[in-house]
Design a protein around this ligand. Structure first.
Ligand SMILES: NC(=O)c1ccc[n+]([C@@H]2O[C@H](COP(=O)([O-])OP(=O)(O)OC[C@H]3O[C@@H](n4cnc5c(N)ncnc54)[C@H](O)[C@@H]3O)[C@@H](O)[C@H]2O)c1
Length: 348
């Protein structure tokens, strides 16, 4: 692999993936493409962006013309992280979710047909499977049954990817991962929201009875699994990725209270989210058996390291809470930044 296009590269998982690639595959040239919506933060790529062999491009995956030059230039791989990903926001309005998560993926797939790439990996989610009862796990063969507009749009993307493999022989791969946590996670999600609230002496809002169960995985483990699938999996395959670690939200809340020296009075139970899935759990035996991957970071250790990271990086999350992070791109590249960003990249 010589050149990889990483879309949604300025987000939580995408930026962790870029860092890991720099470390593990320093010779691979990275084109990092991101629209920098409210969820994208170019500061997440500070440090890597100055290194040669890296190019940041501000652009929308629904804009084929913005993407075309990179495909024309020849790509070995595309890894698509770009998405609207917040369930609560998808309940308020689904249009952006369909635009980016469905239309954007179709545009990427059509470009990959026109300018052949060796591997096209779609980063998907366990949420496409819907909700589990108290027992059982999601397998790759579990029927898709999404319950929120977010997960429905991700499921639609998975089906499109599958269809392009089947119909056109596109060299696709799909990974479906469970809930991630770790450094650089935007502060709307449960763990960063709770950590930053507790650090600021504020209460934490727990949905319903707090007994919704998620299968938690450290973002580093997720990124390593994506690389393994990208490099080793058979084309057309789907792989579940998970932490093999089911934890109810209330248990995470208690662990965070303990790590941050706060008591139960900091819990505020709030009305449950409509259609809130009760339990997710991933069967990861296929990726273990076929590709020899397993998560390595134990939840207690990963959570404690994450809390320490948020303590050390108060400036980073304060800039998110105040909205200042939205100006980072302009400060880096100035007016007309898209052109300047491309030019800066071309020095590499
Ligand atoms: N966070 C999780 O726990 C989790 C679990 C499984 C799968 N995933 C998937 O992983 C991916 C990344 O998740 P995340 O939590 O880091 O996402 P995020 O919502 O934090 O970030 C999304 C990124 O995509 C960019 N983006 C949005 N619309 C775009 C567009 N039209 N064109 C180009 N860029 C655009 C945003 O600027 C942002 O950088 C998503 O596809 C998500 O569905 C996330």
């Amino acid at each position: 692999m010589r050149t990889i296009l990483i879309t949604g590269a300025a987000d939580f998982i995408g930026s962790n993936f870029v860092r890991m690639m720099r470390e593990k595959r320093p010779d691979v040239r990275i084109v990092a493409f991101d629209a920098l919506t409210y969820a994208g933060n170019l500061e997440n790529l500070a440090g890597v962006s100055e290194v040669s062999g890296f190019q940041f491009v501000r652009g929308d995956i629904c804009d084929a013309e913005a993407l075309r030059p990179w495909f024309e230039g020849g790509l070995d791989a595309v890894v698509n992280f770009a998405a609207e990903s917040r369930v609560d926001r998808s309940i308020l309005g689904a249009q952006e979710f369909v635009r980016t998560n469905v239309v954007g993926v179709q545009i990427l797939l059509d470009l990959a047909r026109q300018f052949p790439v060796k591997r096209f990996l779609q980063v998907s989610t366990d949420e496409v499977y819907g909700s589990l009862g108290p027992t059982g796990k999601f397998m790759e063969t579990t029927p898709i049954a999404p319950s929120s507009p977010y997960s429905a749009s991700k499921a639609a993307a998975d089906l499109l990817v599958h269809s392009y493999h089947h119909t056109f022989g596109l060299p696709t791969l799909i990974t479906r991962c469970s809930n991630n946590y770790g450094p650089y996670q935007f502060s709307e999600k449960l763990i960063p929201l709770f950590v930053t609230n507790l650090l600021a002496g504020q209460k934490v809002p727990v949905y319903g009875d707090g007994m919704n169960v998620r299968d938690w995985i450290h973002v580093r483990d997720h990124c390593e699994a994506i690389l393994v699938v990208l490099e080793k999996a058979s084309l057309g395959s789907v792989y579940n990725i998970g932490g093999d670690c089911e934890v109810p939200n209330i248990e995470i809340t208690r662990q965070l209270l303990r790590l941050l020296g706060r008591d139960g009075s900091f819990i505020q139970y709030v009305k449950d989210r409509p259609g809130h899935d009760r339990r997710y759990a991933m069967d990861i035996s296929r990726i273990e058996r076929d590709l020899g991957w397993r998560p390595r970071i134990a939840f207690e250790q990963g959570l404690s390291d994450t809390v320490e990271w948020y303590k050390r990086n108060e400036d980073w999350w304060t800039r998110i809470k105040t909205g200042d992070y939205l100006h980072y791109y302009d400060r880096q590249y100035g007016v007309g930044g898209v052109v300047e960003a491309a030019a800066a990249g071309s020095r590499s």
